[in-house]
Every structure is written in C-alpha cells, then in structure tokens.
Design a protein around this ligand. Structure first.
Ligand code: MRU
Length: 350
C-alpha cells in the first residue's frame, strides 16, 4: 500500500510547533507558529487544530512549551507549575479523551523522571515526539485493519463518512479516512460520500479537500441526504471516527453521527468506527457520562458573514453526540477490529 499523502497538521519545526490553520481551509492554506502553551490552548479551543488524535499531539507539545517557559530549577516548584499548564490545556475541549490521555502521559513522564528540571524538560520533549510519531504509525495500522474487515462485495465500495478524520485530524493519514485511504490504495474504493457536517462543515471543507488533494473520488452531500442515499442503495458502508469510546462501545463523535448510525441500521449498511486505543476511555462504563462540548451559537445562526435566522430564537449547539454500541458493526483500532462489546479484549493487546 502506498500513499502520496503529505498533509501534516502538526509539525515540530525550529523550536516551535507549526499548525495548519484548519479554520481557513480550503480557500486559504496558512501555517500558524506556536511557541507558548497559552497559544496552543487557544489554537485547540478555536479549532485551528482539531480532530481527537491531532488535539492529543498538539496538547503534548503544549505541555512541553509550557515546561520550557517555567522559570525554576526546583523540581517540586517545577512540577507544581507544570500542573497549571496541564489544567490550562485540559480546559480547551472536553469531549476528545485523547487530549486528557496525552496530558496524563506527559505528566507521568515528568513525575517519573528522577533528575534535574533540565532532564525532565528533555524527557517531556521526547515523550511529545513519541506521541506524535506513534500516532502516524497507529493510523496506518488502523487503515490496514479496517481494510481487512470491509464488506467483501462489491469489489469497489462506496463509503460514506462524517466530519473529518483524515490527515488533518491526526498526526497524518487518518482514522476513518485512513481506512478509506487504505481501501483506495488497496483497489477497494469506488468513491467516498462526504457528509458536509453542519455546523462547522469539516466534511465539506476538510474531508473533501483531502480527497481532492489525493485524487480520491468524492461526492459531497448535506447531512440530511445520507438516509436518502442509503435508501437508494448508493452506500456500501459507513465509517466514522470517534472522540471518546466508553468501555461498552458507546461512541461520542461529531454531531450527526448518531442519526447516521440509526439510518445505517435501518438500511442494513454496516457502520464502522475507526479510532486509536487512546480514544477508548475504559474508566467510563457507557456513553451516558461522556462530556459533550457545547459551542457558541454563532456556529449555527451564521453562515460565513450572514446571519440566517431572525432575532428572538434560542439555540442549542452540542458539538458531539453518542452512538449506542448496538448500532456499531465493529470498532477498528491499531490492535485489530472488534465488536463494540469486546473492547476489553484489546486491553491485553496494548
Ligand atoms: O470538532 P472536531 O472537528 O474536533 O471533531 C472531530 C471529530 O468528531 C472526529 O470525527 C474525531 O475527532 C475523530 S478524528 C480522527
């Protein structure tokens, strides 16, 4: 399998982090340079960088940037200030567990380093780079494992996806879009149907852009067209990513995923979730307690510069929903694909 994909949303370069500004794509390609943890927190909050695994990688570098600026050589004072950096980053986005996972892993590195503050800093940098490079390898493994469980017929599949789960949402390559990429390079893909993904339009702006960059045939539909497309027999499988998967397989992902899973069930379309193990929150027994981010209502009352509704209405803007495990055919991870009820079997493979 080969890929010409060269999109890296997060890069460490000249002692700074370079982020592709995902709020400007597809019309403008701009790179933002980040050298302070406060700026990284803001970049995560404003979705310059987004997508659960990419948020984890960005947060790991954010921890290092914060550690770099701590002005003490006393270990205890340093660790106390590092906890404040962690808290700042934790307050950016609540749903993607990769954020919290990456911050915990960075803190663990700090506490487990027996040495000077300078040595702790060096190990923090090493861990951030590990989190970054591991994610790329993880995505490629998810792609290969996903390819193995796709429906065997027809030879070339038409796959529907939601939001953006590609290179832009990870260290590179992608999760659900990574499986789609693997299907493309494995000769198993006819076409991608990309939901536009209201209100932030990650499907229209980012997934469609990635597919066009790579020559993958893509058809853009609005979210409300997915049921109709399935009823017409246009879709062979649906694959989405995840922001947090509870121990029983209930899956939080971009708003609209749940309704997609319901209509997929209705039309016997297999519905796959692709995500790294770092997205599974084994501490939560089910999806009821997954925190769901609510974002500013301007995301729904405005399209571009235009306000689309009258004054006097109220708004509700949850950014994620939770899909019940029973609606999911399989969860595809870097350690293999399992039924949602069998997630715990992956623990032994970690
Ligand atoms: O709000 P976003 O754009 O960060 O939401 C992204 C998603 O919901 C993705 O599907 C999920 O993070 C998986 S990305 C590989």
């Amino acid at each position: 399998m080969t890929s010409s994909n060269q999109i890296y949303p997060v890069l460490w370069h000249h002692d700074k982090v370079s982020l592709i500004d995902q709020t400007r794509l597809p019309n403008e390609y701009e790179v933002v340079e980040i050298s302070r943890c406060e700026d990284m927190a803001q970049a995560i909050r404003t979705m310059i960088v987004r997508g659960a695994p990419a948020i984890g990688v960005a947060a790991a570098y954010g921890m290092y940037l914060g550690a770099r600026d701590i002005q003490t050589s006393d270990r205890d004072s340093f660790l106390k200030e590092l906890e404040s950096v962690a808290n700042l980053l934790r307050q950016t986005r609540p749903t993607a567990v990769n954020l919290f996972w990456a911050i915990s892993r960075m803190l663990k590195t700090a506490y487990e380093t027996i040495g000077t503050v300078e040595e702790i800093r060096a190990n923090l940098f090493k861990t951030a780079q590990e989190i970054h490079s591991e994610d790329l390898q993880t995505c490629k493994a998810i792609g290969a494992n996903g390819l193995a469980v796709l429906p065997s017929k027809p030879d070339k599949l038409t796959i529907l996806t939601h939001c953006n789960t590609g290179s832009l949402a990870t260290a590179g390559y992608g999760t659900a879009l990574g499986v789609i990429r693997s299907a493309w390079y494995g000769g198993r893909l006819a076409r991608v149907y990309a939901d536009e993904t209201r209100p932030r339009l990650q499907g229209a702006k980012l997934t469609a852009w990635e597919c066009v960059q790579e020559g993958i045939p893509v058809t853009l539909i609005t979210d409300s067209m997915a049921a109709h497309c399935m009823k017409q027999g246009l879709i062979d499988a649906a694959i989405v990513g995840a922001d947090r998967i509870a121990a029983n397989g209930d899956t939080a992902n971009k708003i609209g995923t749940y309704s997609l899973a319901v209509v997929a069930k209705m039309h016997n379309v297999p519905f796959f979730v692709a995500a790294p193990l770092s997205t599974i929150d084994f501490d939560l027994p089910n999806g009821d307690s997954i925190p769901i981010e609510e974002r500013h209502p301007s995301e729904i009352y405005r399209i571009g510069e235009t306000t689309i509704c009258p004054g006097g209405v109220e708004f509700y803007n949850p950014a994620f929903d939770v899909t019940n495990a029973e609606l999911i055919t399989a969860i595809i991870t870097e350690k293999g694909a399992v039924k949602p009820g069998e997630l715990s079997s992956l623990l032994a493979r970690r």
